[in-house]
Design a protein around this ligand. Structure first.
Ligand code: NAP
Length: 398
């Protein structure tokens, strides 16, 4: 030990190369102390380098999580993925980063010790934990309020520098109601309380409020494409969807916004709205999705008012009853309420564009996303004469 101290002192007195050697040797300290990870940056910035960010991504196994981890991995981030349940499920994400850059750790949302372990060496924590419906073990309050509070508190305790929290557009308590559920969406109310809880524990947190997010394995396009959401070929929407305005956003844009927020320290303590570039009536959007899937009038497509269909209403209640912990086709009253709430975009709150994201137009992405649902996709198609693209949906003036 004395020899090490002596040689360190000697190195310290030297200049030039020896001084660099001293500083670098210090990086490999075995002390259990947090030090500036940015000093350990290595390489030119790609997948095989280290960008100085060690990020714990809670909720990485969900829809948005996969896109976030993929993008973090591409820029040389070291990632910790906390998971619950079967460990083989998240392991497929290992290839999203370079060898040895993605680690996994089991945790429970109510167990502080396991959460602290997941963030012990991190300088960034991203909270993507959320659920569209209540389960037997976790109510909205447990996941969106107490869960978020716990993660923010642990992050503060661990000395984490950046905390990014995913909330939801229209989050307010009491929530704006579409008039379907008494008292409005409990999801939206809990998301508003969750924001408050996070800011109380971690005032410099960055909050991102996404509108309906679409992409591979989403719960927006696939929800409307699902046969269980229809009555044969008829699609029921509250007021025919003609009184609901939506501004959906592509998942890749949301992930890009999260990554930009991680990289930009100026986003600390700010709220961002993750909304798409254009605003549409829900009726226009659903008509467009069915046009894209080539399920047109000839196929039997018709949109009608859900209010006058007690059979569909019974179907929603029954679906809730028989598939409590994972509603079949994501069909439940909470979702029906939320899908009919018009998006409230506040003009004084920054958006993804302020995070430097060039928004993807729906017409560019949706046909590819819905391709597997296209009716008779290969039947009667002449390869030299491809089908004309579906006419885009009409927008609503903002
Ligand atoms: N997708 C959207 O359209 C949308 C819109 C607005 C806001 N958001 C919000 O954005 C965030 C990410 O959305 P997402 O679409 O990726 O959600 P998601 O696909 O439902 O994934 C949610 C993640 O949260 C985890 N989770 C849920 N309940 C948990 C619990 N009790 N304990 C531990 N982990 C739990 C899930 O883990 P398991 O895999 O173990 O279940 C999963 O990793 C959520 O907060 C969501 O509310 C999403």
């Amino acid at each position: 030990m004395n020899v090490v101290i002596f040689s360190s002192k000697l190195l310290k007195q030297q200049s030039g190369v020896l001084r660099v050697a001293y500083v670098q040797a210090n990086n490999y300290s075995t002390e259990d102390k947090v030090y500036n990870l940015a000093n350990l940056k290595r390489g030119t910035g790609g997948r095989s380098s280290f960008n100085g960010i060690v990020a714990t991504v809670f909720g990485a196994t969900g829809f948005i999580g996969r896109y976030v981890v993929n993008r973090l991995g591409k820029i040389g981030t070291q990632i910790i993925i906390p998971y619950r349940g079967d460990n083989y499920e998240p392991f497929r994400m290992k290839v999203m980063g370079d060898l040895g850059q993605i680690y996994f750790h089991p945790y429970h949302l109510k167990d502080e010790e396991s959460i602290l372990k997941c963030m012990k060496y991190s300088n960034v924590v991203i909270n993507l934990v959320g659920r569209d419906f209540e389960t037997k073990n976790f109510k909205f309050n447990d996941v969106h309020v107490e869960g978020a509070r716990m993660l923010a508190r642990c992050a503060k305790k661990s000395g984490v520098e950046r905390f990014i929290h995913l909330s939801a557009l229209n989050a307010s308590d009491p929530p704006v109601s579409a008039g379907i559920l008494k008292g409005g969406s409990k999801f939206l109310a809990s998301k508003a309380k969750g924001e408050e809880a996070v800011l109380k524990e971690f005032p410099e947190a960055t909050i991102i409020r996404p509108a309906d997010v679409y992409g591979q394995e989403d719960r927006f396009l696939r929800y409307y494409a699902h046969a269980w959401r229809r009555q044969t070929t008829y699609v029921p929407l509250w007021n025919k969807g003609e009184q609901t305005e939506k501004q959906p956003v592509w998942v890749g844009d949301v992930a890009a916004g999260i990554i930009n927020a991680v990289k930009d320290a100026d986003t600390a303590g700010k709220v961002y709205q993750a909304v798409g570039a254009k605003r549409y009536l829900l009726s226009e959007l659903v008509d467009y999705f069915y046009r894209v899937m080539r399920k047109d009038d000839e196929w039997g497509y018709k949109r009608y008012d859900m209010r006058w269909d007690p059979l569909f209403q019974m179907k929603v209640s029954l679906t809730e009853l028989i598939s409590i912990n994972f509603p079949l086709a994501n069909l439940h009253w909470e979702k029906i309420e939320r899908e009919h709430v018009s998006d409230q975009v506040q003009h004084d709150v920054p958006t993804l564009e302020d995070l430097g994201v060039a928004l993807t137009p729906m017409e560019q992405q949706v046909p590819w996303e819905l391709k597997p649902w296209t009716y008779a996709i290969y039947r009667g198609q002449d390869p030299d004469e491809p089908f004309a693209p579906a006419a885009p949906p009409k927008t609503v003036a903002v």
